[in-house]
Write a protein that binds this ligand. Structure first.
Ligand code: F6P
Length: 326
């Protein structure tokens, strides 16, 4: 298929490495003498026709930058048929023949509906710090977010050790525990609570008491914001403060610092490889699939199968983490 004019957008929560992906898409398309349009603010911008032409030099010096030069949004309007119809009209008016979408599971859910109604070739790239997509070992932004969390938790351990404190640290992950699991393991956390595994308060408490008995003076609990213990770190903090007033307990919510910052080398490489592959896939006639990296190979997964996935999450790592933390 001889596609000449494409557009790309970033959607959902921003993720470090989105800019590296934008750069790769634009430069690959320019190499093939294609015209590229950057859609601003995700599907919102698509519906409103907020688009700018992009040349190779427009993406200079962005490979190392966090955020997204195209800006991003979570669009409610795109969830309606009318919104999607308006989006299609904008593409038709400009003669855009293919789309590249960088985002998380909400992005691909929207894409799936859109492409059932309006057939226009599209390739997705997994861009989310949560790492909760099927069809790729890692999503763009995850590695940077985990490294940011690791750096923060290491610092928290220093002060926790100085005061012999119990610390509860909340990390991001709306419905997924990957950030908690990976950062917790890498920091030697004493406990990790994730949405994929039921949190039993009695067992959390038993593990604290166990450390007390062994005169372990620091206890760091990494909690995923999406944990089934509703209320995240602050609920657990209140509970422990109430039931264990003798413990010197503090809590810290890492929040959006995990979304920002310069992408790691791994994220830049992942984003560049997938951006390059996405344009070539469009040119080769592929459509309605997300490009991902599995076992170091580019693979393509249909949008409806790319959403929310827990298969990669190694639950047995939790058991290992507890053994290693003794
Ligand atoms: O999906 C990425 C993510 O950072 C989640 O981990 C988090 O729950 C959510 O986005 C936060 O969204 P917002 O920035 O809109 O508050």
């Amino acid at each position: 298929m001889n596609i000449q004019r494409i557009a790309l957008l970033t959607s959902g929560g921003d993720a470090p490495g989105m800019n590296a992906a934008i750069r790769a898409v634009v430069r690959t398309a320019v190499f093939h003498k294609m015209e590229v349009w950057g859609i601003r603010r995700g599907y919102e911008g698509l519906i409103e026709g907020d688009m700018i032409p992009l040349q190779a030099q427009d993406v200079s010096n962005i490979i190392a930058r966090g955020g997204t030069i195209l800006k991003t949004a979570r669009s409610k309007a795109f969830q309606t048929e009318e919104g999607r119809r308006n989006a299609f009209t904008q593409l038709q008016q400009r003669g855009i023949e293919g789309l590249i979408l960088i985002g998380g599971d909400g992005t691909f859910r929207g894409a799936h509906a859109f492409f059932q109604e309006h057939q226009i070739p599209a390739i997705g790239l997994p861009g989310t710090i949560d790492n909760d997509l099927a069809g790729t070992d890692y999503t763009i932004g995850f590695d940077t977010a985990v490294n940011t969390a690791v750096e923060a938790i290491d610092k928290i351990r220093d002060t926790a050790e100085a005061h012999d404190r119990l610390f509860i640290v909340e990390v991001m992950g709306r419905d997924a525990g990957y950030i908690a699991l990976h950062s917790g393991l890498a920091c030697g956390a004493e406990d990790i609570l994730i949405p994929e595994v039921e949190t039993l308060l009695g067992q959390v408490v038993a593990r604290i008491c166990d450390d007390e008995r062994r005169k372990k003076t620091v206890h760091i609990i990494v909690v995923s914001e999406g944990d089934d213990l509703k209320g995240g770190a602050s609920a657990l903090y209140e509970y422990i403060r109430h039931d264990f007033p003798q413990l010197d307990t503090r809590m810290c919510v890492l929040g959006h610092i995990q979304r920002g910052g310069s992408p790691t080398c791994a994220d830049r490489i992942l984003a560049s490889r997938l951006g390059f592959a996405a344009v070539n896939a469009l040119r080769a006639g592929k459509s309605q699939v997300m490009a991902g990296l599995v076992n170091d190979q580019v693979v393509f997964t249909p949008f409806d199968q790319a959403v929310k996935q827990q298969a990669n999450l190694h639950r047995d790592m939790l058991q290992m983490i507890r053994v290693l933390a003794v």
